[in-house]
Structures are given as structure tokens and as C-alpha cells.
Ligand binder design. Structure first.
Ligand code: NAD
Length: 282
């Protein structure tokens, strides 16, 4: 889908990858509503977007809350007249051994990363369907959507697999009328190592990030503005998957090879009379 002249809502855009997406959209001639739970940061990024010559607006919303996501959509349509693109980018991450994850930390990561993405897809999907014309929804998954590349991040891995699952399900159901994409970044130099700054009281309140994770982002992370440009290109090319790191081919191949090897060992003759399932819709 061509980006010039379109309008987008980007969540989690007060920082990091979301900010990068907002700036890349501005450079491509797309108006942007910058959304974040941290309203002051959203405002600052909206000013940066406007300085690049497109229309912008900011909105403070917590994507966990369907009413807040509906209010964010109302704001978008009234500020910019129409919305053509949604980027479900807000996300959080906590690290630590899997057996030690608390109920509340598991739920917080699933609530923001999965329920938040679903809230956006459903609210904007309904509005896009009613509005008619081209529309696009890109959600931010991760290389953790296609495997478990590192230890100590189990809840996040589960949440990012769900982002890919939701994206595939919505693509099967609504594509190509509503375009669907999933951004799967490797390590990007952002503030996600300190995501606990936004953990609400109901999940235990603010918690400081591990400085070793900040150092890893500084040492190994890609520039988030570059990731924004890749998202803009991915939408223009109408790609479902948007990758930032070619190394992630290893994860895809590992999963594919293990799946192929075990299916062919367990079912060497392929489907038999007991396999009445109809063909997949892919
Ligand atoms: N940085 C990486 O290495 C990396 C890699 C793969 C995927 N991701 C994903 O990229 C996305 C953006 O993260 P980032 O790395 O830019 O981190 P970041 O912390 O810099 O940005 C995330 C933004 O989301 C906002 N946010 C948090 N909870 C929210 C909520 N409930 N409602 C609305 N906004 C909320 C934060 O205030 C922040 O501005 C996330 O989905 C993350 O999981 C990041």
C-alpha cells in the first residue's frame, strides 16, 4: 500500500521502535497519531513528526483497555479525518527464570502484548471494514515470535508467538481487503530493558530494569529509526513478515526442520483414511 497521503495511528510511539515508525511514516508523507501510555513522550514525538511536514497529533492511552483503544480511534478519526494504518507496537518485557515468573508479571506481559494488540485489531478492523478502501494493520511481534532465541524470557516469548498467531488468523480471515503485517525485530536499541517503568500498581508497580540488558541493547541493538524505515518499506511492499535481522532465518529453519522430520517419521505414509481433516486454508 502506498504510504503518501495516508494517515496512521502508532501505539507505543513515545519511544524506541514506535517513534522510529512514526518518523519514517512522516518522511513517507503519512500523517501520524502518536499514542503512548506516557502522554508527554507521545506529545514530544508528535512535535517531531509535525516538524517533518505532515499532520500529527498525540494521544495518551493504555492499550490493555478496550475503551481507551476505542477513544484512541475516535481521536484519530477526528484529528485526521480518516485512518488507513494501525501499528500495534506498544509492548513490554521482563526477564528472569521461567519457573520464577509471578502470576502478575505473566499477566501484565500478556495483557499489554496480546490483549493490547487484539484490542487494536478488533477496534480498527471494524472501522476499516466500515470505511472501505485500502487499510493496513501491522503489529510488532519479535524474533521471539518464531522461536525462543534466548533464555529467561518465557512470558514474552509466549506473548510474541500470540502476536504472530493473531496476525496470521486475521490475515486468513480478512486479507487482502484489510492488509495485515507482523514486524519481527531482533535486538533494537530502545528503552524496553526498562519496561517495568510502566508496570501498573495492580501488577506490583514500577520496577527497575536490569542494567546488563541496557548494555546489551547498546552493544548489540539496531537503530530504531532504521526499523521504522523497514516497517514503512514493508507496508509499501505489502509484506506480511517484516524482518530486521537475516540471522533469524536460523530460527525459522530450526523449527521447520524439526517439524518436517518428526511429521515424516511419525507419519511416513502421509495422510491415511483416518485423516479426514479438510485441507488448510493457506
Ligand atoms: N527493542 C527490542 O530489541 C525489541 C525486539 C523485538 C520486539 N520489540 C517490540 O517492539 C515494541 C516496541 O518496544 P521498544 O523496544 O521500542 O521499547 P520502548 O520501551 O522504547 O517502547 C515501548 C513503548 O510502549 C509504551 N507502552 C508500554 N505499555 C503500554 C501500554 N499499556 N499502552 C500504551 N503504550 C504502552 C511505553 O511507554 C514505550 O513508549 C514492543 O512491542 C517490543 O516488544 C522490541
Amino acid at each position: 500500500m502506498k504510504l503518501a497521503g495516508k494517515s496512521a495511528v502508532v501505539t507505543g510511539a513515545g519511544s524506541g521502535i514506535g517513534r522510529g515508525i512514526a518518523l519514517a511514516f512522516a518522511d513517507a508523507g503519512t500523517n501520524v497519531v502518536v499514542v503512548d501510555i506516557e502522554g508527554a513522550k507521545a506529545e514530544a514525538v508528535a512535535a517531531e513528526v509535525a516538524a517533518r511536514g505532515v499532520r500529527s497529533s498525540s494521544f495518551a492511552a493504555d492499550v490493555r483497555d478496550p475503551a481507551a483503544v476505542a477513544a484512541m480511534a475516535d481521536h484519530g478519526w477526528s484529528a485526521l479525518g480518516r485512518i488507513d494504518i494501525l501499528c500495534n507496537n506498544a509492548g513490554v518485557c521482563l526477564t528472569g527464570p521461567g519457573f520464577d515468573i509471578s502470576d502478575t508479571d505473566f499477566r501484565w506481559q500478556l495483557d499489554v502484548n496480546v490483549v493490547g494488540v487484539f484490542n487494536g485489531m478488533r477496534e480498527f478492523g471494524r472501522r476499516f471494514r466500515e470505511q472501505g478502501g485500502p487499510a493496513w494493520i501491522v503489529s510488532t511481534g519479535s524474533h521471539h515470535s518464531i522461536g525462543a532465541p534466548t533464555k529467561g524470557i518465557a512470558a514474552y516469548v509466549a506473548s510474541k508467538h500470540a502476536v504472530l498467531g493473531l496476525s496470521e488468523a486475521f490475515r486468513t480471515e480478512y486479507g487482502p481487503a484489510i492488509g495485515v503485517g507482523v514486524l519481527c525485530p531482533g535486538i533494537v536499541n530502545t528503552s524496553i530493558w526498562d519496561a517495568g517503568r510502566n508496570r501498573p500498581a495492580e501488577y506490583g508497580g514500577k520496577v527497575s530494569g536490569d542494567p546488563r540488558n541496557q548494555q546489551a541493547m547498546l552493544d548489540l541493538g539496531m537503530n530504531p529509526e532504521r526499523v521504522g524505515q523497514l516497517v514503512a518499506a514493508g507496508i509499501e511492499n505489502e509484506d506480511f513478515y517484516i524482518w530486521t535481522h537475516p540471522q533469524d532465518l536460523d530460527l525459522i529453519e530450526k523449527r521447520y526442520a524439526e517439524g518436517r522430520d518428526t511429521i515424516t517419521r511419525q507419519w511416513p505414509d502421509g495422510p491415511t483414511a483416518e485423516h479426514k481433516m479438510t485441507p488448510h486454508e493457506v
